[in-house]
Design a protein around this ligand. Structure first.
Ligand code: F6P
Length: 550
């Protein structure tokens, strides 16, 4: 029990009931579950917006699901959800509201933070972004020398990079192909170098994306970009206004950097970095796909927000996905979760989710500041199928670890095929369906033997099966569907954080490394003596300096 009288998660009767249920169930076999209930493949499905969710290939029964929902009720997931939507400061360690849902609220909705309706401000920024995006796309906005902007380079990191970069890839077929759009994040100068090496500075717009406008990687890259631009154009600082815009919450720092604040697109402290690509942080994406497509994406987000806010527990998809993760992470000792999109356009989708999930729920202290006695967020990983099948699927099929996985696929390819190309989509999707089938049902020794396999090879060719998967199927990858998918995962992460009683909206764990990097840098550059540097790092720095010829 904590100071406010809340029973610790692992001491609640609902947790105990789940642990007992797990024991009683023993080893559930998916084959048996399907044999005893032939309707399972249609009954264990849900629908949200354009997303069809099949959760039949999970190691759960009706009782498991009911007990998981009891746990959600006992931990008041919906209570915290309502507090989030109401604009309460549920990010307690930073004393902030958590209102990314307000970013996609339709005009006219009312969402208050500290008594002020934030929706008009959201739409004012969206309108400003739209007008700017249109000016770039139409060629009305020109660079310092009067040339049309043909290249957009987004400079940001973490939430100020991963979201727009992922969505740009995902929606590439909706982009203006006449524009070159690139994303620079790494403080390794190679990133910026490669992004600009073939660009004409006179045709290039830099979008500097940083919530705080203090992030060292972004400010360093932005400074390099500004130096490059001014050198290339042989221009003075006045050229910056035509080639640099800022996306930030920090007007003062933007002005200090030399960007005209008229060219700043604002957002607010109640938007977490990893929840921000549907805010002004999405400007590069909006330039690429156009304001109408961007707004379609917001409609998709909002649709799932409304579903999460209003659907009953039994039909609530983010709740279900969150609970399934709890089932495996807390009651089956699963450490990882794979997200495997069968769309090459989603090549950056899982990398995006890594920040969303792992920065949110990678916590070991609960909301009361006490060490949790239960597992929290999983290691999230994955790449698009079918590539992964030829790399790491072996471990999922026959390794010793339980790795629940989400398979995301689409009925239709996005693009019309160029003449001469083979229609490959059905082959892609045949793999999609084959994998979840193989993972669930495996291949028994008898089945292997029946194929005439010699006895000594039978164990090697046997597949245990019983690997749980969720299948998410939609018609095609549109802006709205992308918004729906992202909102689905945002709320799934929310559900898990609520159950684990952690603050999913802070990220103190990234701070120590930043401080130490600042402290150690003078040792690298000047050989300065850094007080308190440990023996290993001291020796490594000395070796580094030697190799650098210093
Ligand atoms: O260091 C982590 C982090 O704070 C992320 O949460 C954030 O998305 C990223 O850095 C970038 O921060 P900013 O947008 O302020 O530059």
């Amino acid at each position: 029990m904590n100071a406010e009288g809340r029973t610790k998660l692992n001491q609640t009767p609902e947790w105990t009931a789940l642990a007992k249920h797990k024991e009683q169930l023993g080893e559930v076999r998916l084959r048996e579950l399907f044999d005893t209930d032939p309707a399972r493949g249609t009954v264990y499905t849900l629908r949200v917006g354009d997303l069809h969710i099949d959760y039949s290939k999970h190691l759960v029964t009706d009782e498991t699901l009911a007990l998981l929902r009891d746990l959600a009720a006992a931990t008041d997931v919906f209570g915290l959800r309502d507090a989030m939507f109401r604009g309460e400061k549920i990010n307690t360690t930073e004393d902030r509201a958590v209102l990314h849902t307000a970013l996609r609220a339709p005009a006219g909705a009312v969402v208050e933070v500290d008594g002020e309706d934030v929706v008009p401000g959201v739409h004012a920024v969206l309108d400003k972004m739209s007008a700017f995006a249109d000016r770039i796309r139409s060629g009305e906005w020109t660079g310092h020398t009067g040339k049309r902007i043909k290249n957009v380079v987004n400079v940001g990191i973490g939430g100020s990079d991963l979201g727009p970069a992922m969505a740009y890839e995902a929606l590439r077929s909706f982009t203006d192909r006449g524009l070159t759009v690139r994303f620079v994040s790494n403080v390794d100068g190679a990133d910026l170098h490669e992004a600009i090496r073939d660009l004409d500075a006179a045709e290039t717009l830099f979008v500097i994306a940083s919530k705080t406008f203090t992030t060292i990687e972004t400010i360093t890259n932005a400074t390099s970009a500004r130096n490059w631009l001014l050198t290339e154009l042989q221009a003075d600082e006045s050229a910056v206004a035509k080639h640099f815009v800022a996306l930030s919450t920090n007007t003062e720092k933007v002005a200090d950097f030399g960007i005209d604040t008229a060219n700043m697109f604002e957002f607010w402290d109640w938007v977490g970095g990893r929840y921000s690509y549907d805010s002004a942080i999405g400007l590069s994406l909006m330039i690429a796909i156009g304001p109408d497509r961007f707004r379609e994406m917001l409609v998709g987000f909002h649709l799932v927000d409304e579903h999460f806010r209003t659907a009953p527990a039994e039909a609530n998809v983010p709740l279900l996905l969150g609970l399934l993760g709890v089932w495996y992470g807390n009651f089956h000792d699963a450490q990882a979760h794979a997200v495997l999109p069968y769309s090459h356009y989603l090549s950056k989708f899982t990398a995006y989710l890594q920040q969303l999930d792992m920065e949110s729920n990678g916590k070991s202290v609960d909301r009361d500041g006490e060490r949790v006695q239960w597992q929290t967020g999983p290691v999230v990983w994955g790449t698009p199928g079918t590539n992964g099948q030829h790399a790491y699927y072996q471990l999922i099929h026959q390794g010793t670890k339980l790795i629940p996985a989400d398979f995301i696929g689409f009925a239709k390819p996005v693009d019309d095929l160029r003449p001469g190309l083979v229609a490959q989509h059905d082959l892609l999707m045949a793999n999609f369906f084959a994998q979840t089938q193989a993972l669930a049902f495996g291949k028994t020794p008898d089945e292997v033997r029946a194929e005439g396999v010699p006895d000594e090879l039978v164990p090697h060719k046997t597949f245990q099966g019983n690997h749980p998967t969720t299948t998410i199927l939609a018609t095609e990858l549109t802006p709205s569907v992308l918004g729906q998918l992202i909102a689905l995962y945002e709320h799934k992460v929310f559900v898990q954080g609520a159950i684990w009683n952690i603050d999913s909206f802070d990220q103190w764990g990234v701070e120590l490394g930043k401080v130490l990097a600042k402290r150690v840098e003078p040792a690298l550059t000047e050989g300065a003596d850094v007080p308190g540097l440990d023996a290993s790092t001291t020796a490594l720095v000395a070796r580094y300096r030697e190799l650098r010829g210093r």
